[in-house]
Ligand binder design. Structure first.
Ligand SMILES: *[C@@H]1O[C@H](CO)[C@@H](O)[C@H](O)[C@H]1NC(C)=O
Ligand SMILES: *[C@@H]1O[C@H](CO)[C@@H](O)[C@H](O)[C@H]1NC(C)=O
Ligand SMILES: *[C@@H]1O[C@H](CO)[C@@H](O)[C@H](O)[C@H]1NC(C)=O
Ligand SMILES: *[C@@H]1O[C@H](CO)[C@@H](O)[C@H](O)[C@H]1NC(C)=O
Ligand SMILES: *[C@@H]1O[C@H](CO)[C@@H](O)[C@H](O)[C@H]1NC(C)=O
Ligand SMILES: *[C@@H]1O[C@H](CO)[C@@H](O)[C@H](O)[C@H]1NC(C)=O
Length: 395
């Protein structure tokens, strides 16, 4: 009897005792979910978020406890919040419905799974896991698959500790964020999963990404239009398609001041890369530094491609993006491709101000690694293996 009563109480307790609106910790278990793969926790998460976000205490926390799994459909955590220091601590596991057709998308839009918008001073951390259980999605066309976590239109953001696994598309997307640090996160997805970038940055400023381990089916980190003042360091990327890529695709904002340092590429297809669309480009990509890069069996360690063209970026006029001020320094290791260096720029708008300093890349194949350049102007210092020559104007 005693046992029955306590069981009864424990079922009631969450909603009765713990949901004090002013308590600084808002545990999702107190908002009508017990977790588990068969219970939809979406509305409990929304309620816990609303409580944390409307709390006026100086710091407020939404908590996802360890030892539990939570099934979530697409949802939005939106701000602005009252507390200047709001956090989401995820120590448990967050999962999505396994079968794409079972996802309940917001207004039929399934382009995001967990979306955070208009929240300043947010910390997202914990030792938990966010997993899309995605193989079912990988046959669905690219732009129908959701990004796992998008943080948008926000300032002063910190994201750390979490592990992202097998999500349907991009794992983490910073979109129009100012002042953010992403560190100590792990991202893993099957090598064959299409367009599953690790971290994607668009329209964002003053961002640092460090101490992350990323292996996915697409770029480890991709930086696109409108991004500036980024520092990326201490990243292990691969195995997989890999790549830390700076790509200007649209005619939107410029890309400048990107520092990528202390990165290891292990068994990747791509390494350091700048690509801009073949047609209808506009604006510039400038002041980009890649330094202290270690390569093991990387197929395309160093590349600039002025003629990038995939399904989405092949139409428009012949205008191009201006690429200038790009440094590749202390890039060492092995390549298993033929061309370890490929700098291919336009005759009408050469790439300028390229600095190559202490490049030392050997081929794993029997032949030497090679270097290919077109319309690239710059300076070479220190070691230059394979031998790169710039197309500088004669005096
Ligand atoms: C959680 O799921 C189990 C199994 O489907 C079900 O029996 C239980 O009623 C659910 N609990 C809640 C709170 O929805
Ligand atoms: C979440 O997990 C971390 C690391 O395991 C632990 O230090 C922290 O105390 C946990 N958070 C809460 C609110 O229990
Ligand atoms: C950034 O957010 C933290 C809380 O996460 C807060 O303490 C700090 O004051 C904020 N900084 C700025 C410049 O707003
Ligand atoms: C970027 O985010 C800010 C809020 O941080 C917002 O005011 C602005 O409208 C957003 N810009 C775009 C282009 O969405
Ligand atoms: C990194 O995150 C893990 C949780 O995933 C935590 O246990 C560890 O202490 C963190 N390390 C640092 C240096 O913060
Ligand atoms: C080419 O296209 C870009 C982007 O759409 C546009 O901004 C630019 O004005 C066009 N240039 C010419 C010469 O038409």
């Amino acid at each position: 009897m005693k046992m029955l009563i306590s069981l009864f109480l424990s079922l009631l307790l969450p909603s009765l005792t713990f949901s004090k609106p002013d308590s600084p910790v808002f545990n999702v278990l107190d908002y009508g979910t017990v977790g588990g793969l068969f219970n939809d926790s979406t509305s409990a998460f929304i309620l816990a978020w609303s409580a944390a976000c409307t709390s006026s205490s100086p710091s407020s926390m939404m908590y996802v406890p360890s030892g539990h799994k939570f099934l979530l459909h697409p949802l939005i955590f939106s701000g602005p919040c009252l507390s200047p220091d709001i956090s989401i601590v995820i120590n448990g596991t967050i999962l999505a419905p396994v079968i794409p057709s079972k996802w309940r998308c917001i207004a039929d839009l399934c382009d995001k799974w967990i979306s955070i918008k208009d929240v300043d001073g947010l910390t997202v951390r914990g030792s938990g896991r966010i997993s899309g259980l995605a193989p079912g999605w990988w046959d669905v066309v690219d732009n129908m698959r959701p990004t796992a976590l998008e943080i948008a239109h926000s300032k002063n953001i910190s994201l750390s500790g979490l592990r992202f696994m097998d999500n349907p598309r991009t794992h983490v997307h910073l979109n129009n964020v100012t002042s953010a640090r992403i560190f100590n996160i792990t991202i893993g997805a099957a090598l064959k999963s299409p367009s599953t970038d690790g971290i994607h940055v668009s329209d964002s400023r003053d961002v640092s990404i460090d101490h992350c381990r990323i292996t996915t089916g697409e770029d480890c980190i991709s930086i696109v239009d409108g991004s500036s003042n980024l520092k990326i360091s201490n990243i292990i990327c691969g195995p997989g398609p890999g790549g830390i890529s700076v790509g200007k695709h649209g005619s939107a904002g410029n890309i400048e001041n990107i520092l990528v340092s202390d990165v290891v590429f292990i068994d990747t297809r791509k390494g350091t890369q700048i690509k801009t669309m073949e047609k209808g480009g506009k604006g510039h990509v400038k002041n980009i530094i890649f330094e202290r890069i270690l390569l093991q069996d990387c197929r395309y360690p160093i590349s600039i491609d002025h003629f990038y063209c995939d399904k989405e970026h092949c139409t428009g006029n012949n205008s191009a993006v201006q690429i200038s001020g790009v440094t590749f320094r202390e890039i060492l290791g092995t390549s298993r491709g033929e061309f370890a260096v490929q700098l291919v720029c336009r005759k009408s708008l050469p790439c300028t101000g390229i600095l190559f300093e202490d490049i030392n890349i050997y081929s794993d194949l029997k032949n030497m690694a090679k270097s290919l350049t077109a319309n690239a102007k710059g300076v070479i210092r220190g070691q230059n293996i394979p031998e790169t020559r710039f197309n500088n104007p004669r005096h």
